[in-house]
Ligand binder design. Structure first.
Ligand SMILES: Nc1nc2c(c(=O)[nH]1)N[C@H]1C(S)=C(S)[C@@H](COP(=O)(O)OP(=O)(O)OC[C@H]3O[C@@H](n4cnc5c(=O)[nH]c(N)nc54)[C@H](O)[C@@H]3O)O[C@H]1N2
Ligand SMILES: Nc1nc2c(c(=O)[nH]1)N[C@H]1C(S)=C(S)[C@@H](COP(=O)(O)OP(=O)(O)OC[C@H]3O[C@@H](n4cnc5c(=O)[nH]c(N)nc54)[C@H](O)[C@@H]3O)O[C@H]1N2
Ligand code: SF4
Ligand SMILES: [Mo]
Length: 742
């Protein structure tokens, strides 16, 4: 599919009509192909969808993009791109784009206003709320899809310039459990791998991850592995990825934690562990060893839903591998016990010594293009550069680097997303600024969250499109430029930093988020604080200084040019005294992994074994709600809430436009549901209509609905991991019946 699409699109101007013309000129009464613009220059950029971070060539005519192609020499994608990457320019061109600020008038209608009115309204309304209810009565929600320079500007402007205390982002829905797991286990949030590891393992275990759909180009890297690796997939569903596996463990939803403890016990029992590594580089193994004794084969089988044989098989495969790597994504993170599950994966890697060597590691795959960057620079969960808001010395360091007052930095942690929502419900938060995320669609238990957002005195939404579910509820909409229309840097899953370029003009009066932040700083009266924040590249220089001496030190990167020349740079990349030294090192190896010396970031240099008793499903099935609903990614052509991908005619052809629910044929038969019947799926919280897709890829008693349809989160249950505060999107109880039979 990828190569066909590539052939189709490589030489086309991006735009549905032109593409249609090129494919079937006869249909339009044209004897020959229209004259195509020939590119006169090429620049490079990084894809703005998923955390793979593929490199793209942008072909320009008179400085404007006319088409794109994947970079062949780039260490990430080696000439490949998935459908979203190929169509990245097409989605910019849409009648849904927000082209002017919009303000809700007395009659409740959103009407176009100029930027001055928008900015003064923003300032007046937020300041008056702060005056009446306190500085912490306003909050913001940002995104892992903003470049580092913008996400940092937002975090600094809101928290240091405007006095906000609470701010979070959509990465809470996504990476929080991995972040917390790494921080607690290793002492810093640092996934250690490099994509080359996909090619160097002889055993690869995917847990709650479906890369064939969600990270197709990472999956392509797996297919290049010459060691004929044994691939294990742990997923309740027989996914596209599971179909490619040597061993598929069709785990009971949320049974992973018991499974990993059971595997740990078997590894210990058989002495298939790396004692030397454990003794030299970890703490608390004795406690872990004692803890997992409770996970007998029988208990593990019961709690994981697997057979004893499968359990023994997977243990033997892990023990027998020379280089075993474990990759996990949302099937792990999005859970009421996501942090511990991620740590149980980390424990497996530690106890078998599978870390810091080629082809190994407990490796979290990131979701969005800059989820990794937002972890370092969003100034939400942690203070800039992975620091701590509650530590005076950390605040002082940041204050010194930014030449601001230490007193301007909040000394308390932000509330996470769900506490911000609770804060609105409880009347503590009255104003909310939502940037680059479509909360009304993507947040859990949508009926409740809509009701919560309606209670706000003032809601500002800053988005590329004027008609997202969230923008429709806003009092003020700020029109933003998107990927391709602005500059900055992203960090991908393997910690590789690279640039994005401005290759297209934003429509109408839309401004880059960077320019919007500058404008708002001016009207707020705090622009003096940001006098050095003149361009994205000047902010990049500030971000470098914020990493100095931290595990994520990137002071060795000179500027954007160096990133372009080197094919991106993985962090850390400290200043080695001369730029030649840094360049030499990068030329020698632009593939680096962490933990090669077995040292972790806790003060004693050791990693910790962390564990806890597994808990039962947060909402078990009942007679009334007999199915477990799983949610996740549907196709490689759909991105999240679809505000972007629905604008490409090519992508639209690659997914069903109606919401659908996957149901096992046995269950369907019992309920007299046939293929493509319209059904209702109902939970305690809401219901949705979908077409039935009968498939053995879901087990009896389970159903699956992609998250891309706006109704899906009507059903989900607002339950959170107590450590990471990540929503448990993936399992709740529902019932299902054919429309007209209830
Ligand atoms: N095409 C496309 N690609 C994307 C995205 C997109 O929207 N569209 N989004 C990007 C983002 S932000 C993210 S976070 C990633 C997500 O990437 P993935 O996490 O790979 O995708 P999901 O489909 O959300 O979830 C993965 C799998 O978890 C399984 N699962 C559910 N419950 C459990 C469980 O209890 N245990 C186990 N072991 N597995 C379980 C589901 O069946 C599903 O197959 O994708 C990124 N890439
Ligand atoms: N049921 C269920 N729900 C889920 C999930 C699930 O698996 N199941 N997955 C969760 C996960 S992992 C994630 S990451 C979230 C994603 O949830 P969202 O963040 O809500 O999803 P997006 O559609 O990516 O929303 C991004 C918004 O930003 C806008 N935008 C894009 N680029 C720019 C820009 O440069 N500037 C500005 N200002 N706006 C821009 C887009 O138009 C869009 O409205 O969904 C979560 N929700
Ligand atoms: S795999 Fe991800 S980064 Fe690569 S082209 Fe597809 S969406 Fe873009
Ligand atoms: Mo995500």
């Amino acid at each position: 599919m990828i190569s066909d699409l590539a052939k189709n699109l490589l030489h086309c101007k991006q735009g549905p009509l032109t593409r249609e013309l090129l494919r079937s000129p006869g249909r339009f009464g044209l004897g020959q192909l229209p004259v195509r613009k020939q590119p006169d220059a090429v620049t490079t950029t990084t894809c703005g969808f998923c955390g793979t971070g593929c490199g793209l060539n942008i072909h320009l005519k008179d400085g404007e993009a006319i088409s794109l192609s994947p970079r062949t020499e780039y260490p990430v994608n080696l000439g490949m791109a998935c459908p979203k990457g190929w169509e990245a320019l097409a989605v910019l061109d849409s009648g849904d784009r927000a082209t002017t600020p919009l303000l809700r008038d007395q009659a409740g209608k959103l009407i176009p206003v100029d930027w001055e009115t928008a900015a003064t309204t923003f300032v007046d309304r937020f300041k008056s709320i702060q005056k009446k209810y306190g500085n912490d009565s306003v909050a913001f929600l940002g995104s892992g899809q903003l470049p580092n320079e913008e996400v940092a500007f937002l975090g600094a402007l809101a928290k240091f310039g405007m006095g906000f205390v609470h701010g979070d982002g959509n990465t809470r829905q996504c990476m929080a459990s991995a972040v917390t797991a790494y921080k607690q286990s290793f002492g810093f949030d640092a996934p250690g791998y490099t994509y080359q590891d996909y090619e160097e393992s002889d055993v690869i275990v995917f847990i709650g991850a479906n890369p064939c759909i969600a990270h197709p180009i990472m999956w392509e890297r797996v297919t290049r592995n010459r060691n004929n690796p044994t691939i294990v997939v742990i997923d309740p569903r027989l996914t596209e990825t599971a179909m490619q596996a040597d061993l598929h463990l069709q785990i009971r939803p949320k049974g992973d934690l018991s499974l990993f403890y059971g595997i740990s016990r078997l590894l210990i029992e058989n002495d298939w562990i790396d004692r030397d590594f454990i003794d030299s580089h970890t703490n608390q193994f004795e406690n872990y060893q004692r803890f997992v004794q409770d996970f007998s084969l029988q208990r593990t089988v019961e709690e994981s839903g697997l057979t004893p044989q499968l359990l023994k098989d997977v243990t033997r495969i892990i023990a027998g591998g020379e280089a075993v790597s474990f990759y996990w994504t949302m099937g792990v993170n999005q859970s009421y016990q996501g942090t511990r599950t991620a740590q149980a994966i980390i424990n497996l890697a530690l106890m078998t010594g599978n870390i810091g060597k080629p082809g190994t590691g407990p490796n979290s795959i990131t979701g969005q293009c800059n989820a990794m960057g937002s972890r370092l620079f969003s100034n939400t969960t942690s203070l800039f550069g992975g620091r701590d808001f509650t530590k005076k010395e950390d605040r002082q360091e940041v204050a010194d680097i930014l030449a601001i007052d230490e007193g301007d930095i909040p000394s308390v942690n932000s509330w996470p997303y769900h506490k911000i929502m609770d804060g609105i419900l409880g009347g503590k938060i009255k104003g909310l600024w939502v940037i680059c995320t479509n909360s009304v669609h993507s947040w859990i238990n949508q009926n409740q969250s809509r009701d919560i957002l309606e209670r706000l005195d003032f809601l500002v939404v800053q988005d590329m499109y004027h008609n997202t579910e969230t923008a429709k509820m806003a009092d003020l909409v700020l029109p933003a430029a998107g990927w391709g229309e602005k500059q900055g840097t992203f960090i991908n899953s393997e910690r590789r930093i690279n640039t994005i370029k401005k290759v297209a003009k934003a429509p109408g009066q839309a401004l880059s988020d960077f320019s919007i932040f500058k404008l708002l700083a001016h009207y707020w009266g705090c622009e003096e604080m940001f006098r050095q924040w003149t361009t994205p590249e000047s902010v990049f220089q500030i971000l470098k200084r914020l990493t100095k001496g931290q595990p994520c030190d990137i002071t060795g990167i000179e500027d954007y040019n160096m990133l372009d020349e080197m094919g991106g740079v993985q962090w850390p990349c400290p200043d080695l005294g001369s730029s030649y030294a840094v360049r030499d090192r990068l030329l020698e190896s632009n593939q680096r992994r962490l933990y090669e010396d077995g040292r972790f970031y806790h003060s004693d240099g050791r990693a910790k074994f962390l564990f806890e008793e597994p808990r039962p499903l947060s909402e078990p099935t009942s007679e009334k709600y007999p199915f477990i609903l799983l949610t996740g990614r549907g196709t490689a052509a759909q991105w999240h809430t679809q505000t972007r991908t629905k604008n490409s005619a090519v992508l639209r052809k690659l997914y069903p436009s109606d919401p659908f629910v996957e149901i096992n044929p046995a269950d369907a038969k019992k309920r007299e549901i046939s293929m493509n019947d319209w059904v209702f799926v109902k939970s305690q919280r809401g219901k949705m209509k979908a077409t039935a897709f009968l498939t053995h890829s879901v087990q009896p008693g389970q159903v699956f609905i992609p998250m891309h349809y706006k109704q899906t989160n009507n059903l989900t249950d607002a339950v959170f991991d107590p450590d990471s505060h990540q929503p448990s999107f993936k399992a709740c109880a529902v019932t299902i019946f054919r429309v007209g039979t209830y």
